[in-house]
Ligand binder design. Sequence first.
Ligand code: S3P
Length: 173
Amino acid sequence: MEQQNLVLIGFMGSGKTSVGIKLSYRLRMPVEDTDKLIERREGCSVSDIFREKGEAYFRQLETELLRELGESKAGKIYSVGGGTPVRPENRELLKKLGMVVYLRVRPETVYERLRGDKTRPLLQCEDPLGKIKALMQDRKAAYEETADMILDVDAMTLEQIQSSIIMKMVSER
Ligand code: S3P
């Protein structure tokens, strides 16, 4: 039987990577992180790509990768970069790729979780909380439109997030 993919979207720091890894163990499905796939291909970090080639170049790589991933229905879990659903084209590709779960978080949660993080080029600025709020506001509709399921994860444990997603996957079968 062809197994459906699961796609995790959400802002930076929403827990996509951790949730993906946890679900991967539980469901015995391989997990892939699109940022990591891009880094491996390009041979450098996302920060280096932003610095040396610019954000537009990175966004193009994201779209090309999504297109490729959509060609095989592999029964995988994908966690994608926080900005991926912004391009309308990507939203269509994400929906085609599998069941999309949006891990929604409050800006303050992101700020606390990513304080001191140096790996997110978009948050290396004077006022990271202001930037988080502005980006989230801009992206809100894109995330919501793409999602088959929305989870407000600020106060949820990984265990609770995992159970909610599994229940949804079972009900969709
Ligand atoms: C970005 C999120 C990052 C990464 C890049 C841009 C964004 O991924 O793709 O730094 O625009 O929100 P994570 O959401 O995994 O941090």
